[in-house]
Design a protein around this ligand. Sequence first.
Ligand SMILES: Nc1nc2c(c(=O)[nH]1)N[C@H]1C(S)=C(S)[C@@H](COP(=O)(O)OP(=O)(O)OC[C@H]3O[C@@H](n4cnc5c(=O)[nH]c(N)nc54)[C@H](O)[C@@H]3O)O[C@H]1N2
Ligand SMILES: Nc1nc2c(c(=O)[nH]1)N[C@H]1C(S)=C(S)[C@@H](COP(=O)(O)OP(=O)(O)OC[C@H]3O[C@@H](n4cnc5c(=O)[nH]c(N)nc54)[C@H](O)[C@@H]3O)O[C@H]1N2
Ligand code: SF4
Ligand SMILES: [Mo]
Length: 817
Amino acid sequence: MAENTPSALTRRSFLKTTGVVAGAAALGSLAGCAPKEGGDGSSDSNENPTAIEETVVYSTCMGNCGGCGCPLLVHVRDGKVCNLTKPRLEYPDGSLVKSHGVCMKGYMNIERMYSPTRVQYPMRRVDGTERGDGQWERVSWEEAIGDITSKWKEMQAESGNTSIAFMSGTGNTFYSNAYATRLATLMGAMTLQTAYDANGVNAHISHCGIGGYTWGLNEYRDLANAETILIWGGNPTESIAVDYHYITEAKEKGATVIVIDPVFTSSASDSDRYISIRPGSDGLLAAGMALIAIRDGKIDKSHMQKMTVAPFLVKNEDGLYLRLSDLGKAEAGSEADRILVYEGGNPVAFDEAKDPEIEGEFEIDGIAVKPAYQILLERFSEWDLETISKHTDISIETIEELADLWTSTKCMICTGFGHDHYGNGFNTYDAMFALSDITGVQCEHGRGIACCGYTSPMSQGIIDVSSVGLDDAVPGPIVPTPYVHQLVEEGKAGAVEADLRSIYIYRMNPVGNETDRQKWLKTLGEMELVVVSDMFMSETAELADYVLPAAFIFEHDDIFSINTMFARYAEKVVDPLFEAKGDFDIITLLGKGMGFEKYFTASDLEHYEACVTNDLAESVGLTWDKLKSEHAVFTHLQEPAVQGLNSPILSATGRFEFYHEGILPQFDDGRFWDSKRESCWYWEPPIEAWYENEKYATYPLVLGGERCKFKTHTMFNNSPSILELDPEPYVKINPVDASARGIAEGDVVRLYNDRGSVTLKAVFNAGCRPGFLVIDHGWTKDHFIDGHYADLTSCATKQRFAQDNWFDCLCEMEKVQ
Ligand SMILES: Nc1nc2c(c(=O)[nH]1)N[C@H]1C(S)=C(S)[C@@H](COP(=O)(O)OP(=O)(O)OC[C@H]3O[C@@H](n4cnc5c(=O)[nH]c(N)nc54)[C@H](O)[C@@H]3O)O[C@H]1N2
Ligand SMILES: Nc1nc2c(c(=O)[nH]1)N[C@H]1C(S)=C(S)[C@@H](COP(=O)(O)OP(=O)(O)OC[C@H]3O[C@@H](n4cnc5c(=O)[nH]c(N)nc54)[C@H](O)[C@@H]3O)O[C@H]1N2
Ligand code: SF4
Ligand SMILES: [Mo]
């Protein structure tokens, strides 16, 4: 095994090094840990008085760049972190998990950790000042926790448990994140659930269930096996940097890569073909491909019969499946009460049929029914290719070419989360899944849909967050964040009634990242107590009453398990700087302060041990001792996971579900819900960003966005070295849109709509579709000349899945004189 294998680093390994001194010196100045004077790097001998002792500890990066936040070997000298390298990760057969080295952003972890702008002590807003005035006083941890918990107790006594809410983001996803859920549950507090990335993940779950090995039909590694890759709604060169090499591998083997995007992105520049699409119309493009496959006889009937709900009979009356109990032949709800299909003129239990009908309309014992596929066919036939071509702005010939590549080559769709950012995003995913189901382009390596990588040991239950022993504590309600403003204004959102008075925000910067920032400012303004735990004075922390200094990942132990094939243990490298504490310890203090001492007796390591000690973990060879010593334990499949091939379909029916029986909204907000309509794909335009929307006459530009390699959301945007490379935000505009408004390259422009405005520099980019503007994601208010891009966006959401729809946003643009 190579030197950097996990097992070679079973404990902190002590190295006497000189060879790396020169390289580290450059970073040493960042970290304030330049090599000791006199080191000439010429000898590795123990006698050399200048040899520098270096400790190497296995931790992780907190970037959110696909596959796994990179594992890191953190090099320490004189008690200070001075270099980062990447350990070798291996599959069980000894082959290497390929990925690049530590990226430039990853290196900036050192700069961030030692930044003088870190929150150093618990801080309380000075009495008598307004939120946001920036007047803080240092308080002790004891005082901060005492103040916060006594106020919470008071609020709960006066206004009930749900007067307090907990809210966390995706900026940084470690296990200790979940620990706050323990406290929220014990308190019966409300959880404000972020509506990030909801359409893609939830559409996947409603298609094939949760708990398998992949989000998406095929996990990301399988892209390397495709002959045609449709990068459709993502920009993986920037956003999935860790795993982009799978696409490169496919290209090296001769694959054709096609990018479908309103913007000629960096991924497009590395592709074979670029197709510009009208924003928010992707569901229709997938439907067009399905219509062509149906027209050309390219559907896969036998696959549909065996693997999908296509033959299941749906009752016209209520949209539910016809079961034996409907015919009085089984007890309703019993195991024997199976779904019926139609074969040889008779209803037959689905698992007994050999060649069931998938089309037609039947009457059984006076009950009118249709196979689910018939319903899908009817939904597709609401559209014709001419209309689809008009709406997508893609020629019928191109749609035909795509349909042909889809069925006649090993073709995979690689989505990001671009579709998620529109109110109709779930229709897009539903259409893609339906296309895949009816053509049988699934259950094979290299054919299907790759979404956002892998599932995690945590979502598979291998790291069991429920093993926390909370007796009979009843968790409070969950309210998706797009509804929080309504809840605060009206005291009610859907069925949830609450007098929300305090929010605890951790690992999240909602003021910078959520939609409709003005509403967030108002909602936070209504709170009597806002507590933020963060390492930096984020836009949200600035508006808090208490800011608790969070420890950097290198300053505490944690388990890392999201979107990775490995259960990972990030070992504490150095003690927290200043008075910072890890979230685990902060939650423990708050828990004790709330009177739940008996639930907060475990240390972080003891708690993590309990979480990985379960039968499922054991069955995949994961034990705490192994994880602690190796830091990364493979819990996945050696081969890329493919739903229905080597990863189980875990839907309620055990089949791919393009039809969702009796579907309910994720959050019932009281609006009309047509369960029959929602149960199968249909298309409707985005909520706002559509050329036929009435607002379009006033606001004809769609405000989109993209990830850039310099930032992870709003993290890293305060790193001086990153700001040197990427100093300020700008809006990318097509020269056609610019000249129509008298705007020259480099002019300062103001983008505005009824919700707000943002002022920044304009940069010409002919790769932006006319009518589509792009500001890269992750800037905050101090970076803009005026206003904020999040002031323009809307928190309107559809009921199916609550989703923040950043790109579903119309605006106008003018030159600032
Ligand atoms: N460097 C970096 N990497 C990251 C992150 C980060 O902040 N920085 N964040 C991580 C997270 S949490 C996420 S959710 C992922 C997101 O991963 P991606 O979704 O890949 O990231 P985006 O850059 O937002 O890409 C969205 C793409 O969709 C395109 N798009 C916009 N509208 C449409 C449309 O209507 N149709 C189509 N076909 N395309 C459209 C945009 O032009 C853009 O190219 O990235 C992850 N990776
Ligand atoms: N305009 C626009 N907005 C978007 C998007 C977009 O495409 N366009 N994308 C959206 C998406 S998909 C996502 S996932 C969200 C992400 O939104 P957020 O989850 O809010 O992401 P971050 O900006 O990374 O904020 C994380 C905060 O947590 C802090 N932090 C980091 N580590 C720790 C820790 O260990 N403990 C504590 N207590 N704090 C820590 C960081 O300093 C930072 O202030 O952004 C969304 N917002
Ligand atoms: S920023 Fe992303 S790609 Fe870079 S080292 Fe960290 S996780 Fe890896
Ligand atoms: Mo995200």
